[in-house]
Write a protein of this length. Structure first.
Length: 125
């Protein structure tokens, strides 16, 4: 199973054994039977892309959003939604509300993701 699926680790193999065959083993047990690398270094290299490389390659097409909150002088709370483009670290959209709802948030995201934006058109190509 490990040689046929080189991107899987010991934990994934243990989960697959439990799910498909009903054999419950620890990832440590799988490690005991894990095949050695041809180089003999013992470090298994995956063919999949690491997270840092993925972000670097697709940063212009990734948006990040988060809620922040701020307290006013009268001790009321306001919520700030910020949408940022990862590649340029530019704030694409920002808005404030006292009561964020799912409908309000969805509308803000619709306004933030405009079809003419560079990240949007790049993703569709």
């Amino acid at each position: 199973m490990a040689t046929e699926n080189p991107t899987w680790g010991q934990e994934r193999v243990a989960q697959e054994l439990a799910l498909k065959l009903g054999i419950y083993v620890s990832p440590r047990t799988v490690r005991a039977y894990w095949p050695e690398e041809p180089t003999g270094s013992g470090v298994r290299r995956t063919r999949s892309q690491h997270w840092r490389g993925f972000v670097r390659n697709h940063a212009q097409a990734i948006l990040s959003c988060d809620f922040l909150w701020r307290s006013r002088r009268d001790f009321t709370c306001q919520y700030v939604l910020v949408v940022m483009e990862i590649g340029s670290r530019r704030i694409v959209h920002c808005n404030i509300t006292a009561h964020p709802t799912a409908t309000w948030t969805a509308q803000q995201l619709r306004e933030a993701i405009d079809r003419e934006q560079a990240f949007r058109s790049k993703r569709l190509r």
